[in-house]
Design a protein around this ligand. Sequence first.
Ligand SMILES: [Zn+2]
Length: 434
Amino acid sequence: MALESQPSGVIFWVACNTTVTAGTISFIHKILSILQRIAHSQNEKSRIAEEVEISDLCIEFNLKRIKTYQTRLQPPLKKCLKALGTSRKLADKPLADWLRSFQGFDDDLTGLCRFSYQQRSSPYIRELRQHIGDEISGMTKDESRKQDFLLARHYIGRLGSHLKAAKILTAAGWRMPELFDNFDIRIRPSPKAPSFPPPTDGLTTLEGIIKRMLPAQSNEIERYQEALAVMDNKFQILDRLQAQFTDKDFKPRVHAELNLLEYLYNNRIPFVGDDRFIGCSKPACYCCYHYISLHPGGFVRPSSHGIRYLNWRLPDPIDDTNLEEERHRRVILNKLIAQIRLDALRQIDQCRGPSPWHPDSTTGITNSFNHNGGQIGFRVHMSTKPVEELTSETLGDYEQQSESLAATESILSDSLHEDESSDSDGGVQLHVDF
Ligand SMILES: [Zn+2]
């Protein structure tokens, strides 16, 4: 979502990875109308009721997702309870009792969401954190146990997130009434997916890819080929790559934030307060993060979960007869390729295998497992079981695929140019006590 500034009011631009449905538009309209009411009335008492109204709307709109969170919370919860049941630590019994309380809501999803939100500052959240530790580095028995605690905490956070969103929205209506005075909603439709996977040729091999990633005659080629062969032996990278190119259901997709970004950029649409921020329901993926960061439009750099989706693709040109736009696409693509190449070679250097699972949505609990800050690396998830089980949590937001080094093949086959990255600051920060 992005906010366009017009003399008549604010236009809320909306894009989605699939199709923006009439139900979604109606939901956004209802929320904006409540915020307009808050903005006009500036009444502290009614504001509380309006916050409840917004949270109820959010829960109702996301019922399917919430049900999924509830369902997916149960297996790790059971495993956590089992682990705590054998613990001799005194503090583990009350933690187990507290975790058990998340099992008792059945169809009362609103109750479960409210309870989860209320528990955000519970000392047990901190205890869960202690069971997770600082880093999960593999899938040993101990790490798998840590992951159960991580997942339990994540889903509890997700369940409470709609209440948190309602609080933020209400604060926005209260503090920035001018945004909602006279609003309009516009949709940027998502482009169609291509009918076929990208074509391959005889050079679509790991050796061929590495060759194209390095300068001609580089004396590093052999070293990288050997390292990649070791990784391939372990992780079957080539098989996975080839499987993608023969999969009829492989549909490269333009992620919503980039669809919107290029439309706004090419049409020189003015942002509210010149704050070139594109809000998204999730942190950006690896490719979108770098695309936005490297873009000449000075857009606010988003947070990122660093995950790469194999079916990520570039936005389509707005006007394919416009040579300037064509040049712009080429420049940004080359910058992106340079970044991916850098990260890929670094990873091959380290012969790093799959990363453990981490969510592509934020947990929503302050001081949570932080994957938003710091350097955005080249995270690779190559079908460890938890990834396959869990990545569909996005419920169609992203067509999730397991990631592999080979994901970048089609991009990396292009010519490469070095370029500098751009940076930007901005974004409206709302300080709200949760
Ligand atoms: Zn993305």
